[in-house]
Design a protein around this ligand. Structure first.
Ligand SMILES: Nc1ncnc2c1ncn2[C@@H]1O[C@H](COP(=O)(O)OP(=O)(O)OP(=O)(O)O)[C@@H](O)[C@H]1O
Length: 216
């Protein structure tokens, strides 16, 4: 179980949330600027909470009372950023392989081919991100985040940039991933229908606070 009990203040913004996430899809819904990405950034280790605790099963990622911070590369957190954040100057193979750099025990380069096949991008390995469609970029980003065999998967609006038809295909693939990986998945979306279709639970955030928590 993933435990998040943190607060963090920026100049004009305060985040204060406390919730747990099971091995299911927890959707985070809320207006722009309400703190959704900040939550994911704190879990991944990209941002540091001011106080509190984040833990996944027995791994403590952050504990302010104990002065403990687990470095990003030891958290085993897969993160698909808004608009995918692929590295533009390296090809698809290297983008996927990149994830393995900090996790040598997670797999070898053969894994890159295996994941590329699983995500139907094996023909794209030599291409660069600018040569890919939105759906292809999303598949590469997912392969890159899952090749490290994450214990937690974070998705920041993973379907927002896609057309309706591609979305439908990738929704179904996502539901397969969910079944196969059986890890806590936290997904941000602005799309209520998508939240209902893909989520097991919806957490609503407003002004840095959790205002509603509904199991579906
Ligand atoms: N590094 C930072 N420095 C200062 N303020 C920040 C920083 N990162 C985020 N913020 C502020 O914190 C608030 C929450 O931002 P956050 O990105 O978490 O919102 P969000 O709900 O994910 O928004 P969106 O849906 O638009 O992506 C915003 O007011 C933002 O300007």
């Amino acid at each position: 179980m993933l435990i998040i009990d943190i607060n963090k203040a920026y100049k004009d913004f305060k985040l204060d949330v406390n919730f747990t996430a099971d091995r299911e899809v927890t959707v985070i819904l809320g207006p722009s600027g309400s703190g959704k990405s900040t939550i994911l950034n704190c879990i991944a280790g990209v941002a540091k909470p001011d106080n509190g605790r984040i833990a996944m099963d027995n791994d403590v990622y952050f504990d302010s009372e104990e002065g403990h911070i687990l470095p990003i590369h030891r958290r085993r957190v897969g993160y698909v950023f808004q608009s995918y954040a692929l590295f533009p100057h390296i090809n698809v193979f290297k983008n996927i392989q990149y994830g393995l750099n900090n996790y040598k025990e997670a797999g070898t380069n053969d894994e890159v081919y295996r994941f590329a096949e699983a995500f139907k991008i094996e023909k794209l390995l030599k291409k660069y991100p600018y040569q890919l469609s939105g759906g292809e970029k999303q598949r590469v980003a997912l392969a890159r985040s899952l090749i490290i065999r994450p214990k937690v998967l974070l998705l920041d609006e993973p379907f927002a940039a896609l057309d309706k038809r591609t979305k439908q295909i990738l929704y179904n693939e996502f539901l397969e991933i969910k079944k196969k990986w059986n890890i806590p998945i936290l997904m941000i979306t602005h799309d209520e229908g998508e939240a209902q279709y893909l989520g097991d639970r919806i957490i609503r955030i407003s002004n840095g606070c959790l205002i509603n928590d509904t199991a579906l």
